[in-house]
Ligand binder design. Structure first.
Ligand code: PSV
Ligand code: MN
Length: 399
């Protein structure tokens, strides 16, 4: 690779931070069961310690997204949580309110026909905004399980109106400097009409909520073969792209490791971002976050794989020669234009990544270093003993 290209890749890597999710370090699975891991995090301290390990090894994961009800004890001082994160070498990132696990949300949260439930959901969002302010988080990240399961069950338009009103109230409470992200998902757990099923509806609702509301693209939340990079290009052009939840999938929202199934798709998404940045002369502000659940792989290893894959694909996409591409496009040379992308995708980015890690005194191979470190073994021993001491029994069948 030429020094010019290496320089371009290094520059891209310099501005590419990836947020890890606290829940990615805990035992999670499918509704058919979980396979427990001794080294899985028990509490927030464990999750932050694991996130700290990932950041120490990769140098590009300084923040951790939290899910309020999964991570915070009632009445817990958020400033103490921020201090705990600092002790592990990370900061608290996006705050995710939980608007789906409580029984009161059976018929939805912001879309619920009962004003008392809507008020409760909003109060939880306000509390989450306050947590965000206390820990210095820039993002309130909203995902709703709201929707209906059968035709005729409820008025689709009434639910839309309720969403519009609650999202606006939530937006009005944002602290200075905070951005509200609205995530969409076509189905699950609602199987007839999810209230925010796609990017267009998320974008419309965000626009109505206010200028600091943007769309969050979870790469797993699309129908098969949907062109995600086109969605990304549209949102960028409309100044409505707020962030990503990275993961890969084969069928639906499978939460697999990024790039494990289709690395070219992630590359094409990153290409749209670099192309936009090249046209505008500046990189757009985007929250790059991981949202994965690892049922079989060790959690930290899966996270390290994802981070390395994201860096590789982001750096490769930065190698596309935009001027050459434009020229090929102008003369309708479809083959040359496509090859411009393929050339970057198949480039050997290894040396550039190595140089970037060397400059930062990071291990050349974070995953190998993690395996060597004995972290997993020590965490497993410690957490196994603590589970026993605390009497934590794991189990629970689906029905
Ligand atoms: C929903 O499937 C989702 O993608 C949302 O982002 C949630 O916050 C997250 O997964 C929980 O795992
Ligand atoms: Mn998500």
């Amino acid at each position: 690779m030429s020094p010019k290209l290496i320089h371009r890749a290094l520059e891209a890597l310099d501005r590419f931070d990836i947020e890890t999710p606290s829940w990615g370090f805990a035992d999670t699975g499918t509704r058919f069961g979980k396979f427990f891991q001794d080294a899985a995090a028990i509490d927030l301290n464990d999750k932050l310690a694991d996130a700290g390990q990932v950041h120490r090894l990769t140098g590009c994961c300084p923040t951790v997204a939290v899910h309020v009800l999964w991570d915070f004890q009632p009445g817990q001082d958020p400033k103490a949580v921020a201090r705990l994160a600092r002790r592990h070498g990370v900061r608290i990132g996006a705050i995710n309110p939980n608007l789906f696990q409580d029984q009161c949300y059976k018929w939805g949260s912001f879309g619920n026909s009962d004003p008392a439930v809507r008020r409760r959901a909003l109060r939880h969002c306000y509390d989450s905004i306050a947590i965000g302010r206390a820990v210095g988080s820039a993002y309130l990240s909203l995902w709703f399980a709201d929707g209906t399961n059968y035709p005729g069950q409820e008025s689709i338009r009434d639910r839309k109106h309720r969403f519009e009103a609650s999202l606006r109230s939530c937006h009005d409470r944002l602290a200075p400097g905070q951005t509200m992200l609205i995530e969409y998902k076509p189905f699950e757990p609602a199987f007839y009409a999810t209230d925010i099923p796609d990017w267009g509806m998320a974008c419309l609702l965000a626009r109505k909520a206010g200028p600091r509301a943007k769309v969050l693209v979870d790469t797993g939340h699309h129908y098969l073969s949907q062109n995600i990079e086109q969605i990304v290009a549209f949102l960028l052009d409309e100044n409505m792209l707020g962030g990503f939840h990275f993961n890969d999938r084969r069928y639906a929202d499978d939460d697999l490791t990024l790039g494990s199934i289709d690395p070219y798709q992630a590359f094409r998404i990153f290409h749209e971002i670099h192309s936009f940045a090249a046209d505008r002369g500046r990189a757009p502000e985007i929250a790059y976050m991981i949202d994965q659940c690892h049922n079989e792989k060790p959690k930290i290893e899966a996270t390290l794989q994802t981070v390395a894959m994201a860096q590789e694909l982001y750096a490769k996409a930065a190698l596309v020669d935009h001027e050459k591409l434009r020229r090929a496009q102008a003369r309708h040379d479809v083959v040359a234009a496509e090859l411009e992308l393929k050339k970057a995708f198949f480039a050997d980015i290894g040396p550039a990544l190595l140089a970037w890690r060397r400059r930062r005194k990071l291990p050349a191979d974070p995953l190998a270093e993690h395996r060597r470190s004995g972290y997993e073994r020590a965490a497993a021993a410690d957490r196994r003993a603590r589970r026993q001491a605390l009497g934590i029994a794991r189990g629970g069948s689906f029905a």
